[in-house]
Design a protein around this ligand. Structure first.
Ligand code: SF4
Length: 165
C-alpha cells in the first residue's frame, strides 16, 4: 500500500466528542463489562451460535461507530484512554513511534492527530485505568481478527499466547 492511499481514521459524527470524555467512557466500560459477564454465559446456553453472532455484530456497530473499531478481537481500549490503537497506520500496540510530528500529528497521515498522543492525553483523564497505558502490550494476535473481543475476554482467549510465540 502506498502512503498516499492511506486514509485518515474514519471519524463518525459525535464519536470524537465521546472519545474526548474518557472518564465517562471508563464508567460505561465498567458497566458494560459487568452486564456482558452476566448475560453472555446465559446467551451461550440458549444458542452459542446466536450468542456469538450477537456479540460480533454489537461490537461492529457500537464500537465501530464510537471508536472506529477494526475488530482485532483483543480490545485494549481501557488501557489506551479509550482510543483504538488499531487506528494507528502502523497498528502499533505500544506507542507512540518515533515519528510523531512537532504538532502531535502522525508521520504517515500528516493531517491526522497521532493516535498514541491522543491515547496518552485521554488516559490521563481516567481514574481507574489511568496507569494501564504504561503496561507493555503483547503483539496483536491476528488469528482473532473479526471475532468478538468481549467474548474473547470472557473465554480468556484474548490473553492466551499462540504456540510458538
Ligand atoms: S477490539 Fe481492537 S480494534 Fe476494536 S476498539 Fe478494541 S482495540 Fe480497537
Amino acid at each position: 500500500m502506498s502512503i498516499s492511499s492511506l486514509k485518515e481514521a474514519r471519524r463518525a459524527p459525535g464519536a470524537e466528542w465521546l472519545k474526548n470524555h474518557p472518564r465517562f467512557l471508563e464508567k460505561a466500560y465498567l458497566l458494560s463489562k459487568s452486564i456482558i459477564a452476566k448475560t453472555y454465559p446465559w446467551m451461550q446456553k440458549v444458542s452459542p451460535r446466536l450468542a456469538n453472532r450477537f456479540m460480533v455484530r454489537s461490537e461492529e456497530v457500537l464500537k465501530g461507530w464510537a471508536f472506529n473499531c477494526q475488530m482485532c478481537g483483543q480490545c485494549v481500549l481501557h488501557s489506551t484512554g479509550m482510543t483504538c490503537p488499531m487506528n494507528c497506520p502502523k497498528n502499533l500496540r505500544n506507542g507512540p513511534c518515533g515519528g510523531v510530528r512537532h504538532n502531535g500529528n502522525c508521520e504517515v497521515v500528516p493531517d491526522m492527530p497521532c493516535v498514541w498522543v491522543q491515547a496518552w492525553q485521554r488516559s490521563q483523564q481516567m481514574t481507574v485505568y489511568v496507569n494501564d497505558i504504561q503496561v507493555i502490550q503483547a503483539p496483536v494476535n491476528r488469528s482473532l481478527q473479526g471475532t468478538s473481543s468481549w467474548a474473547n475476554m470472557l473465554d480468556g482467549k484474548d490473553t492466551q499466547t499462540p504456540k510458538g510465540w
